[in-house]
Design a protein around this ligand. Structure first.
Ligand SMILES: [Zn+2]
Length: 497
């Protein structure tokens, strides 16, 4: 059996002005792909899943971008054009495995994954099955689902099952090729738009949804069930929660199970509301807390969700309140350049952060001593993306009063302790750790965290969706429309109301 694989992953924050260019995507071509073997990421699971089953795998192109603004048409055509050329050159194949994100929006293509699947389908024809792996934050749409045969999404946030879900896709695709199964999918989209912070899968409401989904899978009533939390900051009709049920050639059962889970999710909507602490209160509480590390979650500047990573609200507050042994990472290329000019041991005077836009706090004037300069390269220790390299670009650690300020050239989502260890900071020994995240930080940080506070910092990761000018989203949708009502298809009143 011979599979071809490739993919483009991008979570698009359509309210972000941060440009997305081909350079925004660390890219692996051809044999470079094999470096993902053994990693806890979708391409790693594809490679390992094929090797374990004796399936020949032809890798083509994998582009893995950090979340930013909407890619323009030129960028999209460049990336998808190369992907399709390489897939075309690798044919014939018994099956195709696409590793995508699910919340990519490109100029002209509000459901970018649907367009990618449409073009790949045009290449391979109607008879070659296509499997797609997606992130938990996928905004599942009917067009993409109709274009492929198998879909899996991560069941976890933080995403600690990237490889496992890809292996599941390999397994379902191989069984489809052997005609052992006929995957049949039903998609349910209750009008729910939970923010990332409400999507921690070890806690209600998502834990309840996954417990039920896994019980149905274990009972053998479905081949695979996907609960995609959705990505609220993509202003597209498909944004929000999606439930996708795959059965073996049983459409009524798929529809019934999807409806049941959608109804369960709707009933839990009250638990999708979150409330965060004002920055001043949060910093005071962290300083007063008897034991560290205390994690201050900079929710407004959630890098993994497409914010710039240069938010300054908590840096300013830590300095104003005289915090000691606090660490914060801020993306600021100009400040890094100035730190390199000052050299290790030199003094850095600069206005730091707050430069990408006017939504994440003003630049903060600092004066500090440069402690360390490095290339910013490190490798994830996991659990999320274990084994995958990360590149922050030239990086400086500057001691500013009691604060260890880590300045990076490129934004880098927190969630892995190696990020700080690689710059000589032992996170377990810090009193306060600021993480520019919503939930992802828990992957690496949970074991060392004594206390955490979700902070209501300003920015594109803000949990009050009413602050965003949605134009394309389907309405009404909860919690944006607090009085939204809905009944599952097939109930007495039928359909969304
Ligand atoms: Zn995600």
């Amino acid at each position: 059996m011979r599979f071809v694989t490739g993919g483009i992953m991008h979570e698009t924050h359509t309210f972000s002005a941060e440009p997305t260019t081909p350079e925004s995507f660390p890219t692996s071509r051809g044999d470079e792909y094999w470096a993902y073997a053994g990693t806890n990421h979708s391409p790693g699971g594809v490679i390992d899943g094929c090797r374990a089953r004796g399936i020949e795998l032809v890798p083509t192109l994998f582009c893995d971008g950090v979340a930013t603004g909407t890619p323009d048409r030129t960028t999209f055509e460049l990336l998808v054009g190369e992907l399709c050329r390489r897939i075309g050159a690798a044919l014939p194949a018994d099956g195709v495995l696409l590793t995508l994100h699910g919340a990519m929006v490109a100029e002209g293509f509000p459901d970018a994954e649907a367009e990618i699947v449409r073009r790949v389908r045009a290449l391979v024809g109607p008879d070659v099955p296509i499997a797609v792996t997606l992130d938990f934050h996928a905004n599942l749409g009917a067009e993409m689902v109709a274009g492929c045969d198998v879909v899996t999404t991560y069941d976890t946030y933080p995403h600690v099952d990237g490889a496992a879900r890809a292996q599941e896709a390999v397994d379902l695709l191989a069984r489809t090729v052997r005609r052992e199964i006929r995957p049949t999918m039903a998609l349910a989209k209750p009008p729910l738009l939970p923010v990332p912070q409400a999507q921690f899968t070890a806690r209600s409401p998502f834990k309840i949804l996954f417990d039920r989904a896994h019980a149905i899978e274990a009972a053998g009533d479905a081949l695979s069930i996907t609960v995609a939390g959705g990505f609220a900051y993509s202003d597209v009709p498909e944004a929000g929660l999606g439930i996708l049920v795959t059965t073996d050639d049983d459409r009524p059962a798929a529809e019934r199970i999807a409806g049941e889970l959608a109804e369960l999710a709707w009933g839990l909507r009250g638990e999708m509301i979150v409330a965060n602490r004002p920055p001043r209160e949060a910093v005071a509480e962290a300083i007063a807390h008897p034991a560290g590390p205390v994690v201050l979650v900079d929710v407004g500047d959630n890098i993994g969700g497409g914010t710039p990573g240069d938010g300054t609200t908590l840096l300013a507050e830590l300095l104003a309140q005289g915090a000691a042994e606090a660490t914060i990472v801020v993306a600021d290329r100009d400040a890094v350049t100035a730190a390199f000019a000052a050299g290790v041991g030199g003094e850095l005077r600069a206005a730091v952060g707050g430069k990408t836009d006017r939504r994440h706090g003003d630049p903060v004037p600092i004066a500090g001593r440069v402690r360390l300069l490095c290339d910013g390269d490190w490798v994830h220790e996991g659990p999320e993306q274990a084994g995958v390299p990360a590149a922050m670009g030239p990086t400086a650690v500057v001691r500013v009063e009691g604060v260890n300020l880590v300045l990076t050239s490129r934004k880098s989502a927190p969630g892995d302790l190696q990020q700080l260890k690689s710059v000589g900071i032992d996170p377990a020994r810090q009193k306060i750790l600021v993480v520019k995240a919503a939930v992802r930080w828990r992957g690496g940080y949970a074991p060392i965290t004594k206390h955490s506070i979700d902070v209501d910092t300003p920015g594109l990761g803000g949990v009050d969706l009413g602050r965003f000018a949605f134009r394309h989203l389907r309405r009404p949708i909860f919690p944006l429309d607090a009085d939204a009502s809905w009944r599952p298809p097939g109930s007495a009143a039928g359909g969304p109301v």
